[in-house]
Design a protein around this ligand. Structure first.
Ligand SMILES: *Cc1c(COP(=O)(O)O)cnc(C)c1O
Length: 397
């Protein structure tokens, strides 16, 4: 058998402005390239403590039980859902986006029964509907998506939802994958019992180690389960042996991914969490203006606009396939964005404005390139109006 002839890795130069992964800071890349140490080396135990402290800061929580899960956001998601869902539990999940469906699928695998609270794709949950769903289904757990990446919708007024759940003795699990480190989220103050996230969205870390935090009540529910969760790898009581006081082997931590997450979190602390929230709002606000000036109207209303993920409709008159726009933007300009999912498939563009990539230069370049691309595809668009609107918005804010 001939050995395969494969050259040294040389990824193309891209500007990542899609739904993730996002642009990575050079310091985080350097941290990833540092030599690994053993996962039980005293030096790594310090790195673990530091990473946990940094995660608590970014999540705005005092929860002792705060860890990076080995794997991408879906691993942290499944760790939360699989441990908090007991067999035959009713779990309330939203139907207004792609990731609510993923929650439901995980609930089913955990032996629970997903029940729904509905809202159209492109809108947040209405607290009255959540109340009605509680009255109808009496769920044990309520999962919601704070930042729905498939629609660009932010769930406003989180405490209104957590109050309803707690009045009904249910626990709350929040998907903060596309908000953490980019959009205001306050775990303790807002009454969220469990939250999970990922590295490669607003934290600007390569995918690999994913934040997860549970408060005391949530952890009690996990410890008091009569049967262990079906996943051995994600069983939180076993992971506690490693991430808790004992620091005993469970599985080998992805050392380089933890290095990277630690450095990404350090960058958030250096900037300041609130300053970072403001930057995302300012820069994504300019992006939104730039898109609108070229006739690409935002899907999300201002009241539930999600700065880190902007969904815009192509003009009705454009008669252009979003996939052609996306392909051309990548091929001609090296810029990655994405198209719609589910109910919005074929109708919208999804543009991320996340972490290290959320800068005035990047959104200006993106809007200019998008204008050129639409012109090249024969769309009647005022391509100069986009960048001008971006600049004007940045000047005013
Ligand atoms: C990206 C994402 C996930 C899943 O994360 P992966 O890292 O792709 O596994 C879950 N929820 C939301 C809202 C996301 O945007």
């Amino acid at each position: 058998m001939q050995p395969p002839e494969i050259g040294e890795l040389s990824p193309p130069d891209r500007l990542l402005m899609g739904p993730g992964p996002s642009e990575v800071h050079p310091r985080t890349l350097r941290a990833m390239a540092a030599p690994p140490v053993g996962h039980l080396d005293p030096a790594f135990l310090d790195v673990m403590d530091e990473t946990q402290d940094l995660l608590r800061y970014v999540l705005r929580t005092d929860n002792q039980w705060t860890i990076p899960v080995s794997g991408t956001g879906s691993a942290a998601m499944e760790a939360a859902i699989a441990n908090l869902t007991r067999p035959d539990d009713a779990v309330l999940v939203p139907s207004n986006g792609y990731f609510g469906d993923r929650m439901a699928a995980m609930v089913r695998r955990a032996g629970g029964e997903p029940v729904r609270v509905d809202a159209p794709w492109g809108e947040p949950l209405d607290p009255d509907d959540v109340s009605d769903a509680f009255a109808e289904h009496d769920p044990d757990l309520f999962g919601f998506v704070h930042a729905e990446t498939s629609t660009g919708v932010r769930q406003p007024d989180v405490p209104a939802l957590t109050d309803i759940a707690h009045d009904n003795d249910a626990l709350v699990v929040a998907d903060v994958v596309t908000s953490l480190g980019g959009v205001e989220f306050r775990m303790d103050e807002w009454g969220v019992d469990a939250a999970y996230s990922a590295g490669q969205k607003c934290l600007s870390c390569p995918p690999g180690a994913s934040p997860l935090s549970l408060n005391r009540r949530a952890m009690e529910r996990v410890r008091d389960r009569e049967s262990r969760p079906r996943s051995w790898y994600l069983d939180l009581t076993l992971l506690d042996d490693y991430w808790g006081d004992e620091r005993a082997y469970h599985h080998t931590a992805p050392v380089s991914s933890v290095y990277a997450l630690r450095e990404s979190l350090r960058l958030v602390v250096e900037e300041g969490l609130e300053t970072r929230w403001e930057r995302h709002e300012r820069v994504a606000g300019a992006l939104r203006e730039g898109l609108a000036a070229m006739g690409l109207d935002p899907v999300a209303e201002p009241d539930w606009w999600l700065p880190s993920l902007n969904t815009a409709r192509l003009p009705d008159t454009a008669h252009v396939d979003p996939d052609d726009v996306i392909e051309r933007l990548l091929a001609e300009h090296g810029i990655e964005i994405a198209g719609g999912l589910g109910d919005l498939a074929g109708e919208v563009l999804r543009i991320g404005c996340m972490g290290y990539g959320a800068t005035p230069d990047n959104v200006t370049a993106l809007v200019a390139a998008l204008g050129d691309t639409l012109l090249a595809l024969g769309v009647d668009v005022d391509a100069d109006a986009g960048p001008a609107a971006v600049r004007a918005s940045l000047r005013d804010s």
